[in-house]
Design a protein around this ligand. Structure first.
Ligand SMILES: [Zn+2]
Length: 253
């Protein structure tokens, strides 16, 4: 078997390694999330160009002997540099990387999520107003890929349909809890009727049609932002910030 392989994907994170190298966490089509070494990547005018930058979709050539693969070459296929235009677009674009970096397991191939990131970056550029709904939806899709998509229609305790009424969400049981079951339980996340409706509508909408996502209800999305962040943190066993807190921190590069 050749020690050279090619694959396409995005960079989730990079960190300094040795004097002039980088360790790069990638998310690729064939292999999912894994780490590779980019030798000389911190030298000015290095051979990787912008292929190791955030918001690049690139084709990489790897060499694997023992240990971590080496990135031999990176060729940009698509660059979403427009995301750097406004802080909101930039941070939204980066937030997708943060979620995958923190809660997605290594070595698990998930092409649909990779494609979804590319679609979302494109949509952030065109529909800044849809960013918050799209970020809620993205985390639900990550939960789906992890096999922990929450139950949003039936009470996870009594199995009765939950529609048209305020209810609760149980992070530990992974779904909605009806009003009557919720009264006795503890540590539940309360959901107003509008928040429940928005959540149910979000998962029914194909992601490529983001502009048609339920909108105009900023408050509901801010609450759902917190809910899905807590849910994924619990399920992924690693804390991710909600997007509002993420926006508030300092830019990372
Ligand atoms: Zn119930």
């Amino acid at each position: 078997m050749s020690r050279y392989t090619s694959d396409e994907g995005i960079v989730l994170k990079t960190s300094e390694f040795g004097e002039i190298d980088r360790i790069v966490t990638l998310f690729t089509r064939k292999r999912g999330k894994f780490q590779a070494i980019a030798k000389g990547a911190r030298k000015v005018g290095n051979r990787f160009g912008a292929s190791l930058d955030f918001f690049s979709f690139s084709e990489f050539l790897f060499y694997t002997a023992s240990g971590m693969p080496l990135i031999v070459q990176g060729k940009i296929q698509k660059l979403f540099r427009g995301l750097l235009r406004t802080p909101l677009q930039w941070m939204a674009g980066e937030y997708l990387l943060c979620v995958l970096d923190r809660v997605f397991p290594f070595e698990r191939r998930e092409e649909e999520l990779l494609d979804e990131v590319l679609v979302l970056w494109e949509m952030f550029l065109r529909h800044e107003e849809a960013i918050l709904p799209l970020l809620v939806r993205f985390r639900l899709d990550v939960a789906r890929a992890l096999g922990v998509f929450p139950e949003l229609r039936e009470c996870v305790r009594c199995r009765r349909k939950v529609t048209g009424t305020p209810c609760f969400f149980s992070i530990a049981s992974g779904g909605v809890v009806c009003d009557s079951c919720g009264r006795e339980a503890q540590r539940l996340f309360p959901l107003a009727l509008r928040e429940l409706e928005v959540l149910q509508a979000l998962v029914d909408t194909p992601v490529g049609y983001g502009v048609k996502l339920p909108q105009g209800d900023r408050k509901a999305f801010e609450i759902l932002d917190v809910l899905v962040a807590q849910y994924l943190s619990y399920q992924g066993e690693r804390k991710i910030p909600d997007f509002s807190s993420f926006l508030g921190r300092e830019l990372s590069w």
